[in-house]
Design a protein around this ligand. Structure first.
Ligand code: BG6
Length: 491
């Protein structure tokens, strides 16, 4: 493909989330979070959610990759790659250990001061998510997470504390990570990590999800308003998991089913960008007799708290097909309605790898939202092998990222989509969110840690590290440099 150069100031970087890298789960006053009560699972299993921390269970996020203590070394490596930005999150339970305190924990605030200062030392712009699957666990047990309207207040208190503290250190914010994961309301993991609750026997999971998600979009809108009252220059974005849902065939029923699937997955960003519920959804609530607590004051706040950009993750695409017994709503149930797309390959974890879907995604969001877009996650989980010389030959990761960057660049240069930056997942190896595995590796930097918690935690540059360094150095113009050309003095 023709070489393409991106605009100056494009935010090349990498992403992680606090709970997946920091460890130090009970250090400096940090309280337990939802991530601290999830065990590790195998490649095709779900993590177990325990009642608090149970003896005899292994919780991989407790130590993670010890970024809490090793961040100076890691940020230095990010700088060596040439990062212009670094996306991470603030562990809510470091700042409000229980979640419902009135005053923040100074030691927690001080940690992020140190981290953001370290980034700025190298000219790296922090991009910060307020809530990335790490609600304080006490809010789960005492309030049912976002089942309760009170959690809006706890969240906005947290948001105010960090906006105030980092007023001059952070410009780019995101409210809730992948807020739309919970579209798959049959999956325990998504409701627990997005909203902090589990479904009770006999409950209608979809209805409970819509109520919790409503409180979250209100909390997000209030956070946007608070942000601008503290610093008018803040840029606050929403964040969705962008997984396009294609129709399996050109049968009009399949096409409509796919449209309903897209509406079901992206009403969250519709509300966060437009400031109002789409009409199909208010009709859907009526048809399903979902009597939700949505007040006129909430609706007014949604209007006042719209976001300025849209961040999204992109890993894969989905496909769907209508069945023989659709109701009038063509209701979309993600755990039942997806089919395999024969045109795209799958990763070892069954994720449908589809680089062209990223160009589709960027165009779709550009047409719908007319806002700058930010690719804040993109990557492939894979098993890496560390050689005796401490090298990792991850050509598969380079191929995945190159093919996706090519499609992003086509969307920008051929289709006119405005993209602010690209922070692939992940800057460094992390604990997988869905499986708790370390061996499902995403990083440019290998961390010597295994699924059972063994390992020295030493860091090693992968081949993709050198490749990405060159991509950033050429502002995206040269995507094909082979790793053989890496600077040997740095290995
Ligand atoms: C996104 C999350 O869902 O995908 C990340 O925002 C997560 O937290 C990433 O790690 C990859 O998913 P997984 O389950 O393979 O870690």
């Amino acid at each position: 493909m023709t070489s393409r150069t991106l605009p100056a100031g494009f935010l090349w970087g990498g992403a992680v989330a606090a709970h997946q890298v920091e460890g130090a789960y009970n250090v400096d006053g940090k309280g337990l979070s939802v991530a601290d009560v999830m065990t590790a699972a195998g490649t095709h299993d779900e993590r177990k959610i325990t009642q608090g921390v149970q003896p005899g269970e292994f919780y991989p996020n407790h130590e993670a990759v010890d970024f809490y203590h090793r961040y100076p070394e890691d940020v230095k490596l990010f700088a060596e790659m040439g990062f212009k930005s670094f996306r991470t999150s603030i562990a809510w339970s470091r700042i409000f250990p229980q979640g419902d305190e009135l005053e923040p924990n100074e030691a927690g605030l001080a940690f992020y001061d140190r981290l953001f200062d370290e980034c700025h030392k190298y000219g790296i712009e922090p991009v910060v998510t307020l809530s990335h699957f790490e609600m304080p666990y006490h809010l789960v047990t005492a309030y049912g997470g976002f089942r309760s309207r009170k959690t809006i207040t706890f969240f906005t208190r947290f948001a105010r504390a960090v906006f105030t503290r980092y007023r001059d250190k952070v410009k780019y914010w995101l409210t809730f990570n992948e807020i739309n994961n919970q579209t798959n309301y049959d999956r325990e993991f998504t409701l627990f990590t997005n909203s902090g609750f589990q479904v009770k026997p006999g409950e209608n999971a979809e209805a409970v999800m819509y109520q919790a998600a409503h409180y979250e979009v209100v909390a997000s809108a209030l956070a946007v308003q608070i942000a601008h009252s503290i610093n008018p220059d803040f840029q606050v974005g929403a964040m969705v998991a962008f997984t396009p849902v294609y129709p399996a065939t050109d049968n009009p029923r399949d096409v409509f089913k796919a449209q309903r699937a897209m509406q079901s997955r992206f009403w969250f960003s519709d509300v966060q960008v437009e400031g109002q519920y789409p009409s199909w959804l208010t009709h859907y609530f009526q048809a399903k007799k979902y009597d939700l607590d949505i007040t006129p004051a909430d609706l007014a706040n949604l209007k006042k708290g719209t976001v300025e950009y849209l961040g999204f993750s992109y890993y894969m695409s989905f496909a769907t097909q209508a069945n023989d017994h659709e109701d009038d709503q063509f209701s979309y149930n993600e755990s039942q309605d997806l089919v395999t797309n024969q045109f795209v390959p799958q990763s070892d974890w069954g994720w449908q790898v589809d680089p062209e879907g990223l160009r589709y995604a960027l165009n779709w969001m550009n047409d719908r939202y007319h806002l700058p877009l930010f690719v804040v996650e993109n990557g492939i989980g894979a098993i890496d092998h560390l050689t005796a010389d401490h090298e990792v030959h991850d050509q598969y990761r380079i191929d995945y990222l190159r093919e996706h960057i090519e499609q992003m660049e086509l969307a920008m240069t051929e289709d006119g989509v405005e993209v602010m930056g690209y922070t692939p997942w992940s800057a460094i190896d992390i604990v997988s969110a869905s499986t708790g595995q370390l061996s499902k590796r995403y990083g440019f930097i290998y961390v010597d840690r295994n699924d059972d918690g063994s390992g020295s935690l030493a860091r090693y540059r992968k081949d993709s590290f050198y490749w990405y360094q060159h991509v950033i150095a050429t502002n995206g113009a040269e995507l094909n440099q082979t790793v053989g050309e890496k600077d040997e003095s740095k290995s």
